[in-house]
Design a protein around this ligand. Structure first.
Ligand code: SF4
Length: 331
């Protein structure tokens, strides 16, 4: 069950006495966010809007939605990082999943006994990491937890940022991800090229995502080679507040032009195949917003992320692109 730190929310409202507030969180916890909004309205008698658009991470808080609504405090729930606020009037609220890992951790011991692993997880299961470390250690697995960096806490990864995992690459045999997210686990496998397992407490199963990650890598690499044959490129800047990379977009544009390509600039909030179908005369795209848009979705034309775009430039210059995804941060 997802537990939202409502005490923190209520205290903030008591202290600041706002006329209205807004709340948002990842899709998976929206039902709990709705319940919290209802409780706020009942307790304080103020409008509490649920911003129901996506919020994929602290890169995508939808602060603009809160500003348009005129809500005086925006509570972004469930993206725990090592700071409580990234912007004035935006408060980051913890939400933890209290599901137990005891049973699935014991299954993991049967598979990885005698090995050295790095434990990693996402925001919702961070509070369980030391408990699982103890179970695995007692089962004769050597456990390491990588140091946090930037916004990341120790042992935490985002979909595009893997410092606690990549820093231990030379010291471990495998990665063990706590939670249900094949998405995060595949990112770890791609950025480290080591076996990666998901400890899923809901299905009570240990599943390896290494092969799934290899398929994503193959697809990403094929897109690079297909894009190398393109004559005209669209370079897309993302309009989500934490994904704006104009400097990199302009750099890629210059570099592609040096290689004789024609480049047109675009800007989009949501980069989807449907939106790109409206754009004519473009053979391939580079999008410098969220790298996982390119690696995890299907598009009619090549749509490269930042690390893929860097690899493309190398292909165009006849250089090797080995290990182009094996970096701690894909932006
Ligand atoms: S993977 Fe995408 S949504 Fe997640 S933190 Fe990175 S840029 Fe943001």
């Amino acid at each position: 069950m997802i537990i939202i730190d409502e005490e923190r929310i209520f205290k903030e409202i008591q202290d600041k006495n706002p006329a209205s507030v807004s709340l948002n969180g990842p899709d998976g916890i929206l039902p709990q966010v709705q319940e919290t909004a209802i409780r706020i309205s009942k307790k304080f008698g103020i409008p509490a809007y649920v911003l129901a658009d996506t919020t994929w991470g602290t890169c995508d808080l939808n602060t603009n939605g809160a500003k348009i609504l005129g809500s005086e405090i925006q509570f972004n729930i469930g993206h725990t990082i090592n700071t409580e606020s990234l912007e004035k009037n935006v408060v980051l609220i913890d939400a933890y999943d209290d599901v137990e890992f005891d049973s699935v951790a014991k299954k993991c011991i049967d598979i990885l006994k005698g090995k050295t692993v790095s434990l990693v997880t996402d925001s919702q299961h961070l509070d369980q990491i030391y408990k699982v470390e103890k179970i695995l250690t007692e089962g004769n697995i050597t456990v390491k937890i990588g140091k946090g960096k930037g916004q990341l806490n120790d042992g935490q990864v985002f979909g595009c940022e893997f410092y606690p995992a990549t820093s231990l690459k030379k010291e471990v045999d495998a990665y063990v991800f706590l939670g249900q997210s094949n998405f995060h686990a595949a990112g770890i496998a791609l950025s480290t090229n080591l076996p990666t397992y998901v400890l899923d407490p809901y299905f009570n199963e240990v599943r390896e995502v290494t092969e799934f990650a290899q398929k994503l890598r193959k697809k990403a690499t094929l897109a690079i080679y297909k894009a190398s044959e393109a004559k005209t490129f669209g370079v897309i800047v993302g309009l989500k507040e934490g994904q704006l990379s104009k400097v990199f977009a302009l750099k890629i544009k210059r570099e592609l032009e040096k290689e004789g390509k024609e480049v047109q600039l675009f800007a989009l909030t949501d980069i989807t195949n449907d939106r790109l179908r409206n754009l004519k005369g473009i053979d391939a795209f580079v999008q410098v917003a969220c790298p996982r848009i390119s690696t995890d979705n299907q598009f009619d034309k090549p749509v490269l992320s930042s690390p893929q775009a860097n690899a493309l430039l190398k292909v165009l210059r006849n250089e090797s692109i080995e290990e182009y995804l094996e970096i701690p941060h894909w932006l």
